[in-house]
Design a protein around this ligand. Structure first.
Ligand code: ZN
Length: 108
């Protein structure tokens, strides 16, 4: 059997007799890239929200509805502040745990 990528002779695994790529790390890596490319061609809309067109559209929406956003923010200011306070406390405690772990490896 000839590897589809490096063209070298290899013996397919007995568990995967239709294997077309040898087990070299580089060949396996390229095979995965190929698979991903094929997958993206098969699923063209999966990352659709990343497209600039979509971003432009939501930007246009925000501009057209600026008043609505302003009102929404004003109405939810208290909730947002509380949410941010909670988020920051959690974040800080997570960071301080990390600091303890990195500053004193002898504790581990
Ligand atoms: Zn190969």
């Amino acid at each position: 059997m000839k590897c589809r990528i490096c063209q070298e002779e290899f013996t397919p695994s007995k568990y995967r007799p239709c294997q077309t790529v040898c087990s070299k790390e580089n060949c396996q890596y390229l095979r995965q890239c190929d698979n991903m490319k094929a997958w993206r061609i098969k699923n063209p809309n999966y990352f659709k929200s990343d497209t600039p067109h979509d971003k432009q559209e939501s930007k246009a929406w925000r501009i057209n509805n600026a008043e609505y956003i302003k009102k929404y923010r004003a109405a939810h200011r208290k909730e947002h502040r509380e949410y941010m306070r909670k988020y920051m406390t959690e974040r800080r405690s997570r960071l301080s745990i990390k600091k303890v772990l990195t500053l004193s490896p002898q504790v581990m």
